[in-house]
Design a protein around this ligand. Sequence first.
Ligand SMILES: Cc1cc2nc3c(=O)[nH]c(=O)nc-3n(C[C@H](O)[C@H](O)[C@H](O)COP(=O)(O)O)c2cc1C
Length: 490
Amino acid sequence: MASITIRNLDDEVKDLLRRLAAENDRSMEEQARVMIRAAVEGQLGPSGRIDRIEETLRELAVARSPAAPVVAVVSKTLSRGSLSGKRILLIIGGGIAAYKALDLIRRLRERGAAVRVVMTSAAQEFVTTLSVGALSADHVFTELFDRNDEHDVGHIRLSREADLLVVAPATADLMAKLANGHASDLASTVLLATDKKVLLAPAMNPKMWSHAATRRNRATLAKDGIAFVGPAKGEMAESNEAGEGRMAEPLEIVAVIEAMLDSKPRPLSGRRIIVTSGPTHEPIDPVRYIANRSSGKQGHAIAAALATLGADVQLVSGPVSIADPAGVATTHVETASEMKAAVESLLPADAAVFVAAVADWRTANLAGEKIKKVAGEGPPALQMVENPDVLAGVGHHRKRPGLVVGFAAETQDLIANAEAKLKKKGADFIVANDVSHESGVGPTGVMGGDRNKVRIVSKSGVEEWPEMTKDEVAARLAALIAERLKTIVV
Ligand SMILES: Cc1cc2nc3c(=O)[nH]c(=O)nc-3n(C[C@H](O)[C@H](O)[C@H](O)COP(=O)(O)O)c2cc1C
């Protein structure tokens, strides 16, 4: 294999390579070689990984490293054809992230997709129809009442001829229009008139994203079956602000599009599954809350694994610092009561998987102001009341899903507690995990760590699974759920 001269690479590529090398405990040269070898031999991992590697390889090629000829070929082969013959209608909304839509068009086309673009009038303030048209190699549609366009293609055909509608960036405004059924311009009319799947990649200021109105619209859209990718957390392009609101990167959007258009048979397609994940936060006063160590890693991995098998997954997540799983409709909540309300509003469903570590108690009297430390008065006495039981609520609900799976995180008497929970909560099976420090799972334990060791407790007995990564537990559990759902007719 050709030798690689790292110092010839762009700084950005070097940084990326350095990070990957450090993650894998390799030298940078070794990391580059491993990636190129893996690409040549077609031994790449799951899609997120492929994207990163492909991206790096492409950049390596651009950097004219001695490995460039090999890399260029490999990189092209990797991406060619995954969306061949697919027609995507891309709607570009008026946000700063509109510039990323240009790269998205390029990425989609190099994978074989035909991309037709609708731009809102605000979008044209950020990128020109000229650039978009040049990249998509097609006419760009902007007006609802354009006599020529309406005669040639028409808004109904535009919305129906595509295999998938993608809105990137999806502005707060476009989300509001779609959630409320407005058809006041070409983009919103096309979105309302379509009979195809719709994927939104929201991008906006974190305050706009966390506004109650946007959260309401997002929940409505998720309920209507609209898929979401992102937004991610990070720095905002237009200000010094940081937070949740950055549009997902083009390659992440491409990965979701590929998954949504994948025509392989999927055992859970047509099944709606609710998953809860993460901890809950129970406020004490406006600045303090009671929480637990759940990271959401296991619940999010299960939501992603179920989506991979084709399920329409509705994830209800407590406060976590990890990103929403791509292609999974996610509702964000804080407290146990909010989680219960969100879950019940998503019923009916074929199955529900309760992974979240829901707080058992909350404070009886939530203080309206920060509780002050008063000299001589000692600590305040916190009066606690029991929280609603989200799992039991659904396990005994009149709209109970055909399959209800609970998680039991215990530090003692694991099996006895899981068996008791099975009956009390109306679950079909309980995934029991030992979250004590003595569990011996990974260096950081189960909560917050990347590994898990579970037992499946059901009426028919206890099945012990070996210790594995949380992604592996998720994949195996998703397969088990698919198997169980085969026998449940709804
Ligand atoms: C500089 C600038 C940046 C903006 N960025 C965003 C954004 O990232 N997300 C968003 O939802 N709105 C953003 N807006 C507001 C939208 O452009 C505005 O709501 C517009 O009406 C959206 O129209 P559309 O949804 O039809 O594209 C921005 C406005 C300006 C002036």
